[in-house]
Design a protein around this ligand. Structure first.
Ligand SMILES: [Zn+2]
Ligand SMILES: [Zn+2]
Length: 273
């Protein structure tokens, strides 16, 4: 199983335009969420961020599956870029599949009548993409193990995030287990139950401020201590974290112990499990 990081930044990315904070003036660059998981002959692209265009150009091949966790701008706005790529390219015979949690299927259904009048908005773009049959939408039923190929199974669990749902995704490839723990304010019992059955080899967890911040809707590293996982990759880092990558790496490794490793990822990182 191979995991590639194309976007390790929080919702506003790093640097934030016009910001002169310590992190933004450090020269670091983090795009919004974008990851690839490869294995078992398949590839999964996680999240469609506003930076999708530059990310997919860097990946330079087309994933078999896309997945979106929730309806926030930084996770979904890349739908418009995906539409541009698929519908505007005359020679394209690519037909990717979009794994869409049922709450997002409902979200698009509910806003479709209104947004169909607003051309070139991401909701319109999704509807256009779907109706043009250039992407196959696969509704993801929560807590249901969906077999996609021999030795490749996905399963989703919903967490609460900003009073709405945000979906995390398990990808089992052969005997390896990957968990994408997207934005969440609390880890759902469904995730603990699945990890009880089988430990994760690797987790990508969204911890924008590294530690839990009071009143914030995201997890911190403290919330991940009980997760049954060998390697936990921390991502979705906000400039508000106030620390540069080197400092964060050192801090993360101080939380690592035998059998569980924490690491802060950066755009361009690649891991083999
Ligand atoms: Zn986010
Ligand atoms: Zn800043």
């Amino acid at each position: 199983m191979r995991v590639k990081i194309f976007g390790s930044g929080g919702s506003e990315g790093v640097p934030v335009p016009f910001c002169s904070c310590h992190v933004c003036s450090s020269g670091e660059k983090r795009r919004r969420a974008g990851y690839v998981v490869e294995g078992g002959g398949l590839s999964f692209w996680l999240e469609l961020s506003p930076d999708f265009r530059s990310q997919i150009l860097e990946y330079s091949s087309f994933p078999d599956y896309f997945f979106i966790s929730h309806a926030h701008y930084d996770h979904i706005a890349g739908i418009s870029e995906l539409r541009q790529s698929l519908l505007i390219t005359p020679n394209s015979d690519i037909l990717p599949k979009l794994l869409l949690p049922k709450h997002l299927v409902r979200f698009f259904r509910n806003i479709s009548s209104f947004h169909s009048f607003l051309g070139e908005g991401f909701a319109y773009d999704f509807i256009h993409l779907k109706n043009s049959k250039r992407v196959e939408v696969i509704p993801l039923k929560e807590n249901f193990a969906l077999s996609l190929a021999k030795n490749v199974v996905v399963q989703s669990v919903n967490n609460i995030h900003c009073d709405a749902l945000s979906t995390s995704l398990f990808i089992d490839i052969g005997n390896k287990r990957f968990l994408y723990l997207a934005d969440a304010e609390k880890i759902d019992d469904g995730i603990y139950n699945l990890l009880e059955e089988k430990r994760a080899d690797v987790v990508i967890a969204h911890t924008p401020f590294f530690s839990r911040k009071k009143g914030e809707h995201h997890l911190g590293i403290e919330d991940l201590r009980k997760l049954k996982a060998r390697t936990i990759l921390l991502s979705h880092i906000s400039h508000k974290v106030g620390r540069t990558h080197g400092d964060l790496e050192a801090l993360a490794s101080s939380y690592s112990k035998r059998g569980k490793r924490f690491e802060v990822v950066y755009d361009g990182d690649e891991f083999l499990f």
